[in-house]
Ligand binder design. Sequence first.
Ligand SMILES: [Zn+2]
Length: 209
Amino acid sequence: MSSKAEQFDFTDLEKQALAKCQARLKFYQKKLSRQKLCSKRREQTKKKIANLYEHMANIRKNFARKTTRNLVNSDSEIFVLEDLKVKNMTASPKAKLGEDEKTYLPNGSSAKAGLNKAILSSCWGLTATFIAYKAIKLNKLVIKVQPKFSSQECAKCGYIHPDNRLSQSEFVCKACNSTENADLNAARVIAKRGVKLLFGFLGLYNKIK
Ligand SMILES: [Zn+2]
């Protein structure tokens, strides 16, 4: 979702293809776990898995290409992106050992796995790279801003609170009652941060405040 309320998502065909790949991936991974180490069949299964990963990566790459082309070729001159550390977010957390030093404590691994999937499938890193690359070619500006609390901040009054975000899709500010689609609110918060940063560079921020 952009601050102009444009929404970008995979086409139904792309979604179907990705879901099909994921199902097949699951099947082959299960198969792999039952196959003998160093066997020829196991190698074949490994190859199939690698091909599936490559196919999914291509779908995401095409999507990122198409989306960023439309974005950068639009009238917009400035693009503000969240400075997300995708690598850190996708690294799996270390297993924590309990006090008895035998049992492992839950470390939020499965929740993080879900997050990994969401980030990777939305191909954030690729999208950011493509935007920067294409924008520079057209002399357009790309700004990266801190992502902290962007989903909890009200774009209208600036109030930050986790309760502002009622659900994945709904944002209701506890301070000013502003109600908005949560993604759109977050996109506007990010755009605002970009403007603030830019005017800060120019030494103008206090004048527009
Ligand atoms: Zn508010």
